[in-house]
Design a protein around this ligand. Structure first.
Ligand SMILES: [Zn+2]
Length: 813
């Protein structure tokens, strides 16, 4: 047992998370309402970003924010240089959101009316799909997130109950140029000293607007205020409380939708209202209709996680074929209260101990009720694990989780442990960023819980972290292991194995690096073991050996988890790339690191095999019959072990870092993408690459690449991203090369033919070079027309090259 390292890891996690899980039970809502007060406007805050310019003189994007009281105009102007046509072009987008000013004094029941107008004043598009402009107003706690667009309590709505006012751009054209909407809302009761705010939010890429802060006053009740309709019975106007995962009320449920449904005495639904809890699980439901003796109310939560006003994750219970978030309601009723403000803390589970009131006809039998309660329990436990995963990655590890939100988690597939079959597997779907969990992996009753949840979530986190892609090698198969042409898939899986176990150790506060029902990753699996299927576990074991405590292990290396993380968090195309990055970062620990990689079979085994397939050797089961079939790719192991089974042998001098073999000596993983090279006229070993995402600054990253015989791999992000890449030899940054991903994509066909993007990108001293167009390697013997096309392409590259040169010069100042 090696608690040492994980305790550090746990400590790091815990410092970041403790604020979320501690400090509960504050008596936040303990005050009685006061009936004859009013709301007084005391302060107006605006949220207006400062003007910004990004880019350089070849592609400048300027955004200005002009604010006057009740109106904000966002002027965006992009000037871009077209290196092929040698011209400048402009892209212009002007959007305005305006609103009428709210009254300074407001009675609790007064209908406050606001006029919203959202419009697109001008739009001249070049290439980018911009969004339109959306407005919304709501009255909420001071601490409510600024910029909430989904429906919630306190919303100002029009006659149809809709709150959004929007002008729309879609598919590159203006669909709705302007919309005006009259919305109304009420502020409700307050209590002495209470402050709340009317939020007027304008969203157009950025969030802007104004926050009108009101304070509840009781002195000097103005006669000009409308009469509050006094009835004999006091009607409840809001419900407040804290929601918890557990019945002991120790773990609040953060950022989750609370849902209240009203019933009349016949059990018919009369209305409902939703709100989102804050980070401490506190919720406030402002009732859009007063609750009195004629009503009954059920409260529940939806498994929909909404931190900072963003719908991040929804959990579905596939057993019910739910396409909507699972709604859990307490079984007890809140009936009429003599308080205007009802205080109600709850855990969705505990309603079942509350007796059902007379007016409600329960549909479920006792047996069904028991089963339903168990489902609620399973859902709560899974939801808690998913939020833990979110917080660990987002807060402790600093990963921006932003791929294809919300993450839809399709859970409890297959129904029950006894019904499990292969049709109900668990997996992460990279195409849509969603997670699918079989019952066996989703239920807390399974030994694989929560490891399997954290494993699948780690695939999602990796895709977010790696610029929305995963190290996947085309043609390789998932879990193909040693038989795959690269270690990309095994790295991706090994990462999820390691992180799944580390996260489980953290939440259980116990370091057990065992995959339930499978193996201890402390065991040194070799990449070729188990017909090559063990490779992903060899990856996980290697990573673990790097961070565990050397005094208790057979290896002598120990780097801190944070240090390993700094290597893992940047895109690595395969496990060999991880090795290379470790070599760059920890050259003094080469011997120890090599030993760990060697222990797990990550070396090139140069000895050839006997030329025929032997059972036990890794093979690619292309026809999926589970046995080796002639013609399938297989790995010819170099020798046999004492039991006569095929194995691989390390020979002195075999290079370490890639699990390669004689029949595929270049196997590493790293099959880099075709064409993503620049050619340089020097042998400076390392090049730094900085990638800036114009539209997604959170994705910006820097990396280091290797000069292999004059070819420097510079991976350009995929089409659809607009990036600026800056490349320079390590230690010599006075004359970097700067180019845009759009330049690269525009010349993509020629690049694929040449095998590289730019020739002579740097001279022998490491300075970006003047392009020599005679040296582009073009000497094809194709038909004249093809040659002609090629000349045109080369010309385009030349013009682009000159343009690039001029650009890096401007950078070098
Ligand atoms: Zn996996």
């Amino acid at each position: 047992m090696r608690k040492y390292v994980l305790i550090i890891l746990v400590a790091v996690f815990f410092t970041h998370l403790s604020s979320t899980f501690l400090g509960l039970n504050d008596p936040v809502f303990a005050a009685s309402p006061e009936s004859n007060g009013y709301w007084q406007l005391v302060e107006t805050e605006t949220v207006i970003p400062s003007d910004q310019i990004i880019g350089d003189k070849s592609d400048t994007r300027e955004t200005k924010f002009n604010y006057t009281e009740g109106s904000v105009t966002v002027l965006y102007n992009r000037t871009t240089y077209d290196g092929i046509h040698n011209t400048y072009s402009n892209e212009v987008l002007t959007r305005t959101g305006s609103w009428s000013l709210p009254p300074k004094k407001v009675a609790p029941d007064e209908k406050v009316t606001l006029n919203l107008n959202a419009r697109i004043d001008q739009f001249d598009r070049l290439s980018i799909n911009y969004s339109g402009i959306t407005m919304k107003a709501y009255f909420a706690e001071l601490t409510a997130p600024f910029g909430r667009l989904d429906a919630g309590s306190g919303d100002f709505v029009d006659q149809s109950g809709l709150g959004l006012c929007e002008a729309i751009i879609a598919d590159g054209v203006v669909k709705v140029a302007s919309q005006t909407k009259e919305v109304t809302g009420t502020f409700g009761q307050g209590r002495a000293g209470m402050k709340k705010a009317l939020f007027v939010v304008v969203r157009c890429d950025k969030v802007l607007g104004a926050k009108y802060i009101y304070e509840w006053k009781t002195d000097d009740v103005a006669t000009s205020l409308p009469d509050t309709a006094d009835s004999e019975q006091i009607a409840a106007k809001s419900i407040k409380g804290v929601i918890y995962f557990d019945q002991k009320h120790t773990k609040p449920i953060p950022h989750t939708i609370v849902h209240a449904i009203f019933y009349n005495k016949n059990g018919e639904i009369m209305g409902n209202v939703r709100s989102v809890s804050d980070s401490q699980g506190r919720y406030v439901l402002s009732l859009n209709q007063p609750l009195n003796d004629d009503h009954q109310l059920r409260l529940g939560i939806e498994f929909s996680y909404n931190p900072e006003g963003v719908n991040f994750l929804n959990q579905f219970d596939e057993r019910d074929n739910k396409r909507l978030c699972y709604l859990v309601v307490t079984d007890g009723f809140i009936t009429a209260s003599s308080q205007e403000e009802i205080l109600f803390d709850f855990c969705p589970l505990e309603g079942y101990s509350v007796s059902i009131s007379e007016g409600w006809k329960e549909q479920l039998t006792a047996e069904e009720k028991k089963e339903y309660k168990e489902r609620v329990n399973e859902n709560i436990r899974l939801y808690e694990a998913l939020i833990n995963a979110f917080e660990i990655y987002n807060e402790a590890l600093g990963v921006t989780l932003d791929y294809q939100l919300p993450v839809d988690v399709h859970a409890f597939r297959g129904g029950s442990i006894t019904k499990i079959n292969e049709a109900f597997d668990s997996f992460y779907q990279p195409a849509n960023g969603d997670i699918y969990l079989a019952y066996l992996h989703a239920s807390y009753q399974s030994p694989l819980f929560p490891y399997a949840v954290f494993h699948e979530f780690s695939h999602f986190a990796m895709q977010c972290m790696y610029g929305h892609r995963l190290p996947i090698m085309e043609g390789d198969i998932n879990h193909g292991g040693y038989a795959n042409t690269s270690t990309a898939d095994s790295y991706m899986e090994g990462f999820a194995v390691l992180m799944g176990l580390a996260m489980q150790a953290y939440v259980n506060d116990d370091v057990v690096m065992i995959i339930p029902g499978r193996m201890n990753i402390e065991v040194n699996y070799k990449a070729w073991d188990e017909s090559g299927k063990a490779e992903e576990f060899a990856v996980a074991g290697t990573l673990w050996d790097l961070i565990d405590n050397p005094s208790e292990d057979d290896d002598a290396v120990a780097i801190a988890f944070e240090e390993l993380w700094s290597v893992l968090q940047e895109y690595r195309s395969d496990f060999t790339a991880v090795y290379e990055a470790l070599m760059v970062k920890y050259p003094s620990q080469k011997i120890q690191i090599d030993q760990v990689f060697k222990n797990h079979g990550f070396f090139f085994s140069s000895a050839a095999g006997d030329g025929v397939y032997t059972i036990g050797e890794a093979f690619m089961d292309s026809n999926k019959d589970n046995i080796y079939t002639n013609g399938e790719r297989f790995v010819d192991y170099s020798t046999r072990d004492l039991d006569g089974n095929p194995t691989m042998q390390y020979k002195e001098g075999d290079p370490i870092g890639s699990a390669a073999y004689a029949s595929d000596p270049k196997r590493r993983s790293s099959q880099p993408f075709s064409g993503h090279y620049i050619r340089v006229a020097n042998d400076l070993p390392y090049y730094n690459v900085q990638v800036k995402f114009y539209d997604h600054p959170a994705l910006d990253y820097s990396t280091k690449t290797v000069n292999l015989q004059g070819m420097v791999y510079v991976e350009v992000p995929p089409a659809g991203y607009d990036c600026e890449l800056t490349v320079w030899p390590e230690g010599q940054d006075e004359a970097p090369l700067v180019f845009s991903s759009i330049d690269f994509r525009r010349n993509y066909a020629a690049i694929l033919q040449n095998g590289y993007f730019l020739d002579h990108a740097f001279d022998e001293n490491g300075k970006a070079f003047e392009f020599d167009f005679n040296d582009t390697g073009e000497n094809e013997k194709g038909a004249e027309t093809i040659l002609f096309v090629k000349v045109a392409v080369i010309l385009a590259v030349i013009v682009g090259g000159i343009f690039l040169i001029s650009r890096f010069r401007s950078h070098s100042s």
